[in-house]
Design a protein around this ligand. Structure first.
Ligand code: GLY
Length: 439
């Protein structure tokens, strides 16, 4: 079938790779794609927010299925436009995508449907924010209501953090319209984990567990990033906890959305804190996590095209996904200066040597072609994803780190501790690593 993938990062490279390597002979297009994706798909020079142009392209080429990578086109109503034109598309409608586009929508939804999450206050201005902070007490979290490229969540531990957050929200107005309403909620202590699955409006098919590492610095310190690494399984939640998340969060959300006449078709992603009181939803996303997707897709053992086409039609016709009984990881190689201000233009060395290593896949995220044939230069913050599989996480990580060592450019940033704690915690490893949630 003809499949159009929308997006241009490592996640979309992994989706195109999967469709090409594990699919049944699909003809793949990617808009706008990137230079690494070119190996698997025909690139289409249309930006992700050009909804009409994308729909025109899909109509002209009689695309059988469109898969949407990032959240922006979903929040702009891409799926509604495609459906109005009778074009099969896998992703949530604009109103269902509010689960990610408005954190307040998501909180109020969770409140209505008893989905576990922290209490919260909503502030419309600085005065209300101050009152909310007094009511909740430190430490707490302040979140811009709207999309802010992962940067609108501020952890406030002390007065200095609070002064900075108030300045960002109400003096600098750093988050623009997205920060017009601010969510204030208590800081929850626990281990952060992502939980994702495919929905067809009525059913939720869980993906294997995964964990991402958002901070730039080793030991989870420093600025928040889009994600500096990931692995699957997470090694943190066991089968019992997975079952609890599945029922109380994921299935409750899909059922709640259907009951409200706003059925959710697409990828539902819950960012969770596994707290002493059980799982608590920190946020929802309505697309695959990046870089979690890169690790998860290495393990997914079925035809993504066929599966998502069935989902787009409202019935997967199956109750489970098949995963290889192995571990996978993804290391993000980032540019100098990322996340504040990425330095672009450096020539990338050693990519071929890294890519040739057994069990390793490299996805491009922020690269473009260099001047000589087959060469690449840095063109974004997160540049390359070095991914690997292995019989367990330790093996997968070793392969990925060995391959990553081959790659060089001035100022390259990589965390050396992705998965380290999980691998060291033998008990966690033994207690849950390959126990996938039952569907
Ligand atoms: N890895 C987190 C995200 O994709 O938002």
């Amino acid at each position: 079938m003809k499949v159009l993938v929308i997006g241009s990062g490592g996640r979309e490279h992994a989706i195109c790779w999967h469709l090409s390597e594990r699919g049944s002979g699909h003809e793949i297009y990617c808009a706008p794609g990137n230079v690494g994706i070119e190996r698997h798909a025909t690139l289409v020079p249309i930006a992700v927010d050009e909804i009409q142009a994308l729909a025109d392209f899909a109509t002209d080429l009689q695309i059988d299925l469109t898969i949407v990578g990032p959240e922006l086109p979903l929040s702009l109503g891409l799926v509604d436009e495609f459906r109005n034109r009778g074009l099969p598309v896998y992703g949530p409608s604009r109103s269902a995508a509010e689960l990610e586009a408005s954190k307040i929508f998501a909180k109020e939804f969770m409140q209505r449907h008893d989905v576990p999450t922290a209490d919260f206050e909503i502030a419309h201005d600085a005065q209300e924010a101050k009152r909310a902070v007094e009511a909740i007490g430190l430490p707490l979290v302040m979140k811009a209501d709207g999309l802010a490229a992962g940067k609108g969540v501020l952890i406030v531990r002390n007065q200095a953090d609070l002064d900075e957050a108030m300045d960002l929200f109400y003096e600098q107005k750093r988050f623009g319209a997205s920060g017009a309403r601010v969510l204030v909620e208590p800081f929850i202590v626990g281990e952060e984990v992502s939980f994702m699955g495919f929905c067809d409006g009525q059913r939720f098919l869980p993906l294997a567990t995964s964990k991402d590492y958002k901070r730039i610095g080793e030991g989870d310190v420093g600025a928040n990033t889009g994600g500096m690494g990931a692995h699957s399984p997470s090694g943190i939640v066991d089968a019992e906890q997975s079952a609890e998340v599945l029922e109380k969060v994921m299935r409750a959300t899909v059922a709640g959305m259907a009951a409200e006449g706003n059925p959710f078709i697409g990828i539902l992603y819950a960012g969770l804190m596994m707290s002493e009181d059980g799982p608590k939803v920190l946020e929802f996303n309505v697309r695959l996590g990046d870089p979690e997707a890169q690790a998860l897709l290495l393990r997914l053992d079925q035809d993504l095209g066929e599966l998502l086409l069935a989902g787009a039609r409202g019935d997967f016709g199956t109750n489970r996904l098949d995963f290889r009984q192995e571990a996978a990881c993804c290391l993000v190689l980032a540019a100098e200066g990322y996340p504040e201000s990425a330095v672009k233009g450096a020539a990338i060395q050693g990519l071929d040597a890294a890519a040739q290593q057994a069990g390793v896949e490299i996805f491009h995220a922020g690269t473009k072609a260099g001047e000589t044939e087959g060469s690449f230069v840095v063109s974004g913050g997160r540049v390359l994803n070095v991914c690997a599989t292995g019989r367990n996480l330790r093996t997968a990580l070793k392969k990925a780190y060995d391959a990553a060592k081959e790659i060089r450019w001035p100022g390259l940033q990589i965390r050396s501790d992705i998965g380290k704690r999980v691998v060291e915690a033998e008990s966690m490893l033994e207690s849950g690593i390959f126990k996938l949630p039952k569907t």
